[in-house]
Structure formats: C-alpha cells, structure tokens
Design a protein around this ligand. Structure first.
Ligand SMILES: Cc1cc2nc3c(=O)[nH]c(=O)nc-3n(C[C@H](O)[C@H](O)[C@H](O)COP(=O)(O)OP(=O)(O)OC[C@H]3O[C@@H](n4cnc5c(N)ncnc54)[C@H](O)[C@@H]3O)c2cc1C
Length: 444
C-alpha cells in the first residue's frame, strides 16, 4: 500500500526501484502505464500508479559541480537534504527550497516547487538550466530553454506526466553563513497580514502562519516571519567560529497515530490560540539569527508528523488567488473553514510573484493559502466548498497537494492545460504511458 505524505488515498501499487537509466526501457516494455516517484512528499495521489510506480531514490548521484558558477549536475533521485549537507559547509545554497528538505530533485522539478522567496525568485524550475527526460520508449532527450523547449516547459510542474526526469542541471547560490536574520511580526487581522507582506517585498523570504479559527474582527490574524541570509561580518561572536555549520542531528518523533477523537474544534482551536499568543509575545523581540534548517524546514524537526492526523490520514488544501481577488477570496476561505469548525493546525499564507514558464506550474501573482484537514465525514464537502470559492475568485489548487479537486474546476484554473496536453500527447505517447492516480482522477 502506497500513499503520499497525507496518507490519503492509500493504494495497492506495484513498486519498482530504478537503479540505472539503462533499466528503464525494460520497465516501459511491460506495456503498462507508469509514474515516477521521488520521496513521496506530495500529499495526495500524484506519485501513485497501481499499475507501476517507479521509485527514483536509488538514482542519487551528484555528478559534477562547477565551483566557479555554482552549477550542479545531479541525478533526479538526489535528496535536497543531501545537497544541503554537501554544499552548505562549502558556502552554497539552492536558489529555491520548499518547506521540507526531504524531497528529491525530480520531485522539485515535476511540482515546480516554490519557497518563501517566490515573490523575488520564482519557482525552482526557473533555476533549472537543463534536464534529461526519458520518453515512452526509454529514449532520452535533453530539454532546456533552447532544446526541446516546449517539453522543458511542460515538464516544469508537469507532475511526472511528460516522462521520467533522470538528471538535471541547476545553479546553487553562494551564501556566507548558514544563518538567516529573521523577525516575526504579529498581525491583528487579514488586512494587516497582507499589508505586512507588501511592506516586506524587499525581504528575500516571507511567510505567515494564520490562526484559521479566528473569526469576526480577528479573521486572518497571524504571525508573519521574514528573513534574509546573514553575511559573515554581522554574525554574533558565538556563531563566528563555524558560520557554515549544519544543524545538530536529533529530532522528535510522533510514535503512534493520534486518535481521531482528539482532533476536534476545541483541541485545534486551543492549539491555534496558544500559537498566536506565544508568537505575539515573542514578536516584540528583535530580529535574531536563526539557523537555515529551523527557518526553512521547521516541520522536519518532528519525524512522522503526518501521524498527528490519525490513521485515516489528512489532506492539504492549497490554493492561490490572483492579487486583486485575494483579500475577499482568502477572507471567504477562512470564514468557511472557521464556520465548519474543521480548523487546521497549520494554515500558511504566502505572497507569490509573477507566473513562471512551466505550463502547469501552480504559482500566479497573488496569495497562496495552505490548510490541513484530517480525513473524516464532512471533509469532502468542506473541500468542495473551498474549491468553489477558489474557482469563483479566479484561483487554482496546487496539484502536489491535491487529493479531491473537481476536474472541471481544476481545468479552468490552469489555462495552459491545452498546451500541456498537446506537448504530452507528442512526448508521452498516445494513450500516454506516464499516468498517475492524479492524472486519471482529473482527466489530465
Ligand atoms: C512538510 C512539507 C512541506 C512542503 N512545502 C512545500 C513548499 O513550501 N512549496 C512547495 O512547492 N511544495 C511543498 N511541499 C510539497 C513538495 O515539495 C512537493 O510535493 C514535491 O514534489 C515532493 O517531492 P518528492 O521527491 O517527494 O516527490 P513525490 O511526492 O514522490 O512526487 C511528486 C511528483 O513529482 C513527480 N516526480 C518525482 N520524481 C520524478 C522524476 N524523477 N521524474 C518525473 N517525475 C517525477 C511524481 O510523479 C509526482 O507527480 C511540501 C511537502 C511537505 C511534506
């Protein structure tokens, strides 16, 4: 049984591990459809195919690094965690990182992931110079902005549906230290939260946690954190001896599935109230140095935190709304969540910059909201309600998180879907050899 990070849905899939590129034609010649799988950190059904799911984790070699330009050439199964461990001590950092370092390079390209710096630096795919893609017959093609450019644009955010990414080339950026100067500011309502984002445009990294059960005058209240990598000269003396250190090992672990009965309006409401008050109290403090690991990947410190939502699993709903629609649209989404009483431990708001080049990339200029919900009776109806609001306000949902979206709404949210399908039909065979539960559910 295989699932994504949300543990919903869980499907009986045939799983094979790819160890060398040369073995791929053998898997393709079986005549079934297949989907590549990275580290399974997408939440829903994007990396599941009952017929054949191909794990890329053994394709984990870093092949070349140019210390003059920062260009890294690596196989698609390399974990972001390994890139950080190898290159941060040398003074290099990836241009874009998502909220967990337990993802593969292939997964970051296929979902065209965004980080806390999207408003300034766009998606990960925007920094990929070229990639090697295996097609339905196992033959490989180099794809870049100048070679097989349409296939390149379809593969960024293409959720594995254009082929199997075998390797990629992208540029790391120099950093002088492993520390981010970070500050957290409290906002009393949604207007204030959004105003803080606008006022923080010059900060490379920004993100806000929202108390999604607050209603009335406090709707959208939250804690906005912004940060920038520190230069060596401004490090406090206690950090000077090892400015490019890695975070100490050791973390907490959720040992068992939390009983669903403990996840209710009261417990989640108390959790949100506690976080807001604690954060508001601390927000008065000055900006302080925070290790990049804690700043970018706070959830990685709790191993198997997906068990917090109990055995039935959970879904993450992440949408983006265009700038002009975002204040009303995000307010409507939060009102719907608060009214349903199905609050989420984690509600995250983030400002996005312009749409990128990937035909199916998720970000568009505006605000993105992400919410977690345990799977239970009523969750599907709530998600449908949220989808309807997103759709009404001209937004779209993130396929790397989705498990439930209605196909028609999804299609309208992605205006370049037609162009994507045309490229996929040519590159992936007809009918396409690369398919997932997600692509079937949404008729991609
Ligand atoms: C705690 C947490 C925080 C997150 N924060 C963010 C965030 O801030 N921003 C963001 O954008 N995302 C975020 N995500 C989502 C995550 O970054 C993406 O889902 C990413 O794609 C997961 O990578 P993976 O290697 O685990 O891929 P998987 O989940 O295994 O696969 C994801 C997709 O990539 C495809 N794929 C994987 N490898 C290949 C390959 N070699 N060739 C072709 N296709 C391939 C799969 O078919 C699938 O469609 C977060 C996830 C978690 C669990």
């Amino acid at each position: 049984m295989l699932s994504g990070w949300g543990r919903y849905p869980a499907l009986d899939c045939r799983l094979e591990r790819l160890r060398r590129c040369e073995a791929l034609p053998g898997l393709l010649h079986r005549g079934t459809t297949l989907i590549a799988r990275g580290n399974g950190r997408s939440y829903g059904d994007a990396a599941l195919n009952p017929e054949l799911t191909v794990s890329m984790l053994a394709m984990d070699r870093m092949r070349a690094f140019d210390a003059g330009t920062g260009l890294l050439d690596c196989e698609a199964g390399v974990l972001l965690a390994d890139i950080l461990e190898t290159f941060v001590p040398l003074g290099w950092f990836p241009p874009v990182v998502p909220g967990t370092r337990l993802v593969t390079v292939g997964g970051m390209i296929a979902a065209d992931v965004h980080g806390k710096n999207h408003h300034r630096d766009g998606t990960f795919g925007g920094h990929v110079e070229s990639l090697t893609l295996a097609g339905p017959d196992g033959a490989t093609r180099e794809c870049s902005r100048t070679e097989n450019a349409d296939l390149f644009r379809a593969t960024l955010g293409g959720m594995g549906l254009t082929g199997v990414i075998l390797s990629a080339r992208f540029r790391l950026r120099p950093v002088e230290t492993a520390f981010v100067m970070a500050e957290t500011l409290a906002a009393r309502d949604l207007n204030e939260t959004m105003a803080l984002f606008e006022a923080s445009r010059d900060w490379p990294h920004s993100v806000a946690w929202i108390d999604c059960l607050a209603r009335g005058a406090g709707l959208g209240r939250g804690l906005m954190t912004r940060g920038a990598f520190m230069e060596r000269g401004v490090l406090p003396p206690r950090l000077e001896s090892n400015p490019l250190c890695l975070a100490p090992a050791g973390k907490l672990r959720v040992p068992v599935d939390v009983p669903s009965a403990l996840l209710n309006r009261v417990s989640i409401g108390l959790f949100n109230e506690f976080c807001y008050r604690l954060g508001r109290g601390r927000a008065r403090a000055e900006a302080r140095p925070v290790h990049f690991d804690r700043f970018f990947f706070p959830l990685d410190r709790i191993e198997a935190w997906n068990r917090l939502y109990g055995r039935p699993g959970f879904v993450q709903y992440q949408c983006v709304l265009p700038k002009g629609e975002a204040p009303a649209g995000v307010a409507a989404l939060l009102e719907r969540v608060a009214a349903a009483g199905q609050g989420s431990f984690l509600a995250v708001l983030k400002l996005f910059g312009p749409t990128g080049e990937g035909l199916m990339s998720f970000p568009m200029e505006g605000y993105t909201l992400a919410l977690d919900f345990p799977v239970r009776s009523g969750t599907a109806a709530l998600l449908d309600g949220l989808d309807e609001i997103t759709h009404r306000h001209g937004g779209r949902v993130y396929l790397a998180k989705d498990a439930c979206c209605a196909p028609a709404r999804m299609r309208e949210g992605y205006p370049r879907l037609g162009a994507f399908k045309a490229v996929r039909a040519e590159a992936a065979g007809a009918p396409p050899r690369f398919a997932s539960e997600l692509s079937r559910r949404l008729a991609l």
